[in-house]
Design a protein around this ligand. Structure first.
Ligand code: ATP
Length: 381
């Protein structure tokens, strides 16, 4: 074999061996992929397991409670190990044999469904509500900061307050400000969500929310749209009404159950004080009622100053004059006017907001408000 023939043979052997290496590599990757797909397929074929709570244990059998409230006497599989009452377990759907224990999801539940935060709202960022702010300081801030004062004087502060007034007037803002000034955990629940989202679980949620509040004390439990839970009810026919009532009863039990000088305070908020059940405002419950009204002229000016303080305004913008034409507007609407005016400036390629922008924004927000009112009238007559 001459040198040329040897070179050709070498290159054939080389390319043959690299090609066979490549094929076996491809083969390996395909096998891996098939295995992974099989595993995935198995997952899709496996029936879902039921999450239940163990109520009672009898050697290798147990009474479990399903999420719908029904209870069954079932076997516990050997693989599951020892179960105890209160454990959360997974059971087969057909015969409910307990298969596995899972970590209790209690804490995880509440914290995922309510807003828990340490707000940073300062009293200075609230306009026109100084009387209300002072009252809240007296009822919530003072007992949290100086409980010994109340012990010395021998009086018990109210456990909670009820803020009532038109939408967007700053009720949530006040509650957050007092949480910030007392460095409390702020736990916000929207009552309508509590009864709509957690059907059958509302009462349990209320219990757990208050447990969380005690654990994270000092804390403020803020219940928005309280009327959804605590409205006067004449009938209790449907299961939905009974459910709301159970949740409401649990709320009252929680309020009654803690000491006024515990580091937990409750602030309820509603736009419909007229339909509230008097049980919630009875002495010893949310018995300090604070009206949060639509801002007057001076209040509107304060709110306008707060929301425009970071805006670039042309000198022709007269806030006093604007506050006068903003009659009947809530704090939230005044804030909306500032934002809209900013948008008018951006749309005209300017970075400074003019008087004209502000006036157009007032008009726009007023119109939106009227249209909303009209829609409501059309819907409910
Ligand atoms: P709702 O009854 O609809 O829950 P609310 O009374 O709780 O409304 P907030 O959520 O506190 O109203 O207000 C909405 C927004 O409007 C606030 O985030 C704030 O920016 C602005 N706002 C309302 N009132 C005031 C106020 N008095 N001072 C400054 N800003 C205000």
């Amino acid at each position: 074999m001459n040198a040329k023939e040897k070179n050709i043979l070498d290159s054939v052997i080389y390319s043959y061996s690299t090609e066979s290496n490549q094929t076996s590599e491809e083969n390996r990757i395909l096998k891996d992929t098939v295995n992974k797909m099989r595993e995935e397929l198995e997952k899709f074929k496996a029936p879902p397991l039921m999450v239940c709570e163990v109520r009672n244990v009898f050697d290798k059998e147990a009474v479990v409670r399903l999420p719908n409230g029904n209870q069954f006497y079932v076997s516990v599989s050997n693989e599951c190990g020892k179960v105890r009452p209160g454990d959360v377990v997974l059971a087969d759907q057909k015969n409910l044999v307990v298969i596995r224990k899972i970590p209790s999801t209690r804490k995880f539940d509440v914290e995922n469904f309510v807003i828990v935060e340490k707000p940073k709202v300062s009293w200075g960022s609230i306009g026109g509500l100084s009387a209300q702010a002072n009252e809240i300081k007296e009822v919530v801030e003072l007992p949290l900061k100086k409980p010994e004062l109340f012990k010395k004087v021998g009086i018990t502060p109210p456990k909670g307050i009820l803020l009532y007034g038109a939408p967007g007037t700053g009720k949530t803002l006040l509650a957050k400000a007092v949480a910030a000034s007392t460095n409390s955990t702020f736990i916000q629940i929207v009552a309508s969500e509590l009864v709509q989202k957690f059907i059958g679980e509302g009462a349990k949620m209320v219990k757990e929310i208050f447990e969380l509040a005690r654990k994270r004390a000092p804390s403020i439990v803020f219940i928005d749209e309280l009327d959804a839970l605590a409205a006067k009810r004449i009938e209790m026919g449907t299961s939905g009404e009974r459910e709301v009532n159970r949740t409401f009863m649990q709320l009252l039990a929680e309020i009654d159950g803690f000491n006024p000088l515990d580091n937990v305070k409750i602030i309820g908020a509603t736009n419909r004080k007229d339909i509230l059940d008097s049980a919630v405002t009875r002495p010893g419950r949310l018995d300090r009622l604070i009206h949060v009204p639509l801002p007057k002229k001076d209040g509107r000016l304060e709110i306008l100053k707060i929301h425009s303080q970071n805006m670039s305004l042309e000198p022709d913008v007269d806030l006093i004059n604007l506050s006068m034409i903003m009659e009947d507007m809530s704090g939230a609407e005044i804030k909306a006017v500032c934002t809209e005016a900013g948008y008018f400036a951006i749309r005209s390629d300017r970075i400074k907001v003019t008087r004209e922008d502000m006036l157009k924004a007032v008009d726009k927000v007023k119109h939106e408000e009227q249209e909303e009112g009209q829609d409501y009238m059309n819907m409910f007559g």
